[in-house]
Design a protein around this ligand. Structure first.
Ligand code: SF4
Length: 447
């Protein structure tokens, strides 16, 4: 067990990866931050705040930057979103706060909210100041949180601020879930994720790593804790079900991203094919390009209009030199021990919208690495036997409180919504932390 901390010091030191993955959006310097902050109109009923799933008071934190109160600005951010630093780097702000900024109505650039948020959070981290909150007075209650990703971290912070003990269990050796292991390094470096968690851990969150929670372990935790929060995310990436998937040189996007972020791999082989067209697929494709692949292909069975990746991610991949093969499906992977080629079939869309192979339109792509990125399965098998209600493998919750069908169990994040943004997981965890505290208080009142 660890009461934290110093996760930051455990970040791998890989100068090669740092050089290949510089910041996508470099930080503001003080002058640029002040100039940008002074452009904000400090709107009443600010649409940027409404668009943020955690409802950070954007005009308030920007105004504090403009007045030089950087610690106050960071406190405003953290009060709404304890992972405000990672969200400032990883959020798809074009479709959230910055997408809602009123500046669009005036045909001018939206306020660079994310970069201002990062400016305030970086200033707090670099100042060495403690987290601007203290744990609440101990209530004697405790909650076991399964998974150390954003949802659990946000839930744990809310619990600790209310004097409830929070004990996190995770199968991996470091906290953060996708924040640490799964977000492109040019957006959120692994070390930055850990630095943020070091700060949050000051609230007295307890961490248990390398612990896989199965049905037996869960039953034990249920007896030793007053409530359980499930923030287990999603499971393995789906397989294609075609020949050759067990060959060396076939991997999945999440393992691939985690491997380069941890410095385990520092280069990509010559030709890389990514199967899928979501945001994770794009991250894997861009990583391959930056890791030195000579050619990177994204292969998708439908067209660009149907891809699930954000439009700005698509544009970014094109700038990285990624090539797209639309309306194509892999039908086999060739090689003896290592992958050598991908067999592909061209598809056409029928009037009813289904996809059918075009007769005779088969071709082969010489590749050295195949990366699967066709979505993740759920990871709730250990909850069967009716522990909580599931729908299509997802945990069903009351969206206001995070409570499941089993009153003692709460949940949030990808295991409840099928996979959304980090900020959505933080919002879920925050709501659940408040929900658990209210439920425990109600239990006390009824005792
Ligand atoms: Fe500032 Fe834009 Fe938000 Fe208005 S909508 S408060 S201008 S960031």
């Amino acid at each position: 067990m660890s009461e934290s901390t110093n996760f930051f010091e455990q970040a791998p030191d890989s100068p090669e990866i740092a050089a290949r993955f510089p910041d996508l959006h470099p930080p503001f310097n003080k002058t640029a931050a002040l100039t940008e902050a002074n452009r904000c109109l400090y709107c009443f009923d600010a649409p940027c705040t409404i668009a943020c799933p955690t409802h950070i008071d954007v005009p308030r934190f920007i105004k504090k930057i403009a007045s030089g109160n950087l610690q106050g600005s960071a406190k405003t951010i953290l009060d709404a979103n304890i992972l405000g630093a990672s969200c400032s780097r990883a959020c798809p702000v074009d479709v959230l706060c910055e997408g809602a900024c009123v500046m669009h109505r005036y045909n001018t650039q939206p306020i660079a909210i994310a970069r201002l948020q990062r400016f305030a959070m970086d200033a707090l981290h670099e100042s060495g100041a403690p987290l601007p909150f203290l744990p609440g007075e101990d209530t004697g209650k405790s909650v076991a949180l399964i998974g150390a990703g954003p949802a659990s971290l946000a839930c744990a912070a809310e619990l600790r601020r209310r004097g409830i003990r929070a004990e996190i269990f995770d199968a991996r050796p470091l906290p953060g879930g996708l924040n640490t292991y799964g977000i492109a390094e040019y957006k959120l470096p692994l070390a930055e994720s850990l630095r943020e968690i070091d700060m949050l851990a000051q609230l007295g969150v307890k961490f248990n790593f390398n612990v896989s929670v199965d049905a037996t372990k869960l039953a034990a935790l249920e007896t030793t804790h007053d409530a359980v929060f499930l923030g287990v995310g999603l499971g393995a990436i789906y397989q294609l079900g075609i020949t050759g998937e067990a060959l060396e040189g076939v991997t999945n996007a999440l393992d691939y991203i985690a491997a380069y972020k941890s410095g385990e791999i520092t280069s990509a082989p010559g030709r890389v094919a990514i199967i899928g067209a979501g945001n994770t697929a794009i991250d894997a494709a861009n990583a391959s390009a930056r890791l030195g692949a000579s050619e990177v292909y994204m292969i998708y069975r439908r067209g660009p209009e149907q891809m699930s990746a954000f439009a700005f991610e698509y544009e970014h991949a094109k700038q990285e030199g990624v090539k797209f093969l639309w309306h194509v499906r892999p039908i086999g992977i060739q090689g003896t021990e290592k992958v050598k080629a991908l067999d592909l079939a061209r598809l056409e869309v029928t009037p009813d919208g289904s996809l059918v192979p075009i007769t005779g339109e088969l071709f082969q792509l010489q590749v050295d690495l195949v990366i699967l990125a066709i979505g993740q399965a759920t990871h709730t098998e250990f909850l069967d036997s009716g522990k909580v209600k599931l729908e299509r493998g997802r945990i069903v919750i009351d969206r206001m409180t995070g409570q499941t069908s089993n009153p003692k169990y709460f949940a949030g994040g990808d295991c409840t919504n099928g996979g959304r943004e980090v900020v959505d997981a933080v919002a879920d965890g925050k709501r659940a932390g408040i929900g658990i505290a209210a439920w425990l208080e109600g239990q006390n009142a009824n005792a």
